[in-house]
Design a protein around this ligand. Structure first.
Ligand SMILES: O=C(O)C1=N[C@H](C(=O)O)C[C@H](O)C1
Length: 289
């Protein structure tokens, strides 16, 4: 199981490879994730946004978790599983199942679509944390449709069993306010803000773009951790053009295209409503193959 102290460094939200006809491609997954576990990373996240959780079935996610656990075991890399939905009871059930399947922690997104009150959001996390496996809260208002305030997030982080936050709020208010008072760890989940978040108190990142040039992201983290912020910024600046391309069209379509061109997965297929990337983006991304 993961604890607060382990929530530092680079965590990779994995993609879910499909065959061109849309079936789960576990052979590709093993090649790709087998490559990732040899990089300078501190954890893997299955069934996150990058893993196309809205269109991956729970049975497929369970198969991915099992494959990931097998690959990560030898390297002692923890595996986190996305279990959050917009239904508290379903989230609790999934978090229980993730624990039984051997996940080291659950990533629980702020409940989306129904736009609950701040009190409802706190209660959602309280119930998920009661399951007994470590919970990482995930704030991503541009996807959920509801914004968690700093005070609410402070309360969520005080819940026993919640070990930290993945912050994709697209700013530095949460990370800088929360870490001012010795809070539980905050990981950056907004790739273009990675350096700024580290400089504002983040303890690492959970970053889709770190699927590519993984060790360069690890180096940005290492430099920031050793207090070499100018060097960290310079290193991060070299990654920014790639990050911008990877988020020009919906994540994870560009990342999958690049991984398939690098030969790590057999196909860049995505499930609708996600679409293959445009040829103009392909053209620009080709420089990173
Ligand atoms: O899957 C994730 O975890 C991430 N999802 C974000 C998103 O697609 O909105 C991006 C972040 O890099 C990691």
């Amino acid at each position: 199981m993961l604890n607060e102290q382990d929530l530092r460094g680079i965590f990779i939200p994995v993609i879910t490879p499909f065959t061109p006809s849309g079936e789960l491609d576990l052979d590709s997954y093993r090649t790709y994730a087998g490559h990732l576990v040899k990089q300078r990373i501190q954890g893997l996240v299955v069934n996150g946004t990058t893993g196309e959780s809205p269109t991956v079935t729970w049975e497929e996610a369970a198969a991915l978790l099992q494959a990931t656990k097998e690959l990560a075991k030898g390297q002692h890399i923890p595996v986190i599983m996305g279990t959050g939905t917009n239904d508290t009871a379903a989230t609790v059930r999934r978090t229980e199942q993730a624990g039984l399947l051997g996940a080291d922690a659950a990533l629980v997104v702020v409940p989306y679509y129904s736009r609950p009150s701040q009190a409802g959001i706190i209660e959602h996390f309280r119930q998920a944390a009661r399951v007994g496996i470590p919970v990482i809260a995930y704030e991503i208002p541009y996807r959920t449709g509801v914004k968690v305030t700093v005070d609410t997030m402070r309360e969520i982080l005080e819940i026993d069993g919640v070990i930290g936050l993945k912050d994709s709020s697209g700013g530095t208010e949460l990370v800088s306010e929360l870490t001012r008072f010795d809070s539980k760890p905050v990981l950056c989940g907004e790739d273009a803000y990675f350096y700024t978040s580290l400089a504002s108190g983040a303890s690492g990142g959970m970053l889709a773009s770190a699927n590519v040039r993984t060790n360069d992201f690890a180096e940005v983290y290492r430099l920031a951790q050793s207090g070499r912020f100018l060097d960290a910024k310079r290193a991060f600046d070299t990654l920014l053009p790639l990050i911008r391309l990877l988020f020009r069209e919906p994540n994870p379509c560009p990342v999958k295209w690049l991984l398939s061109r690098q030969g790590l997965i057999a196909s860049s297929a995505v499930r609708l409503p996600l679409c293959p990337i445009t040829s103009s983006l392909e053209h620009e991304l080709a420089a990173y193959v």
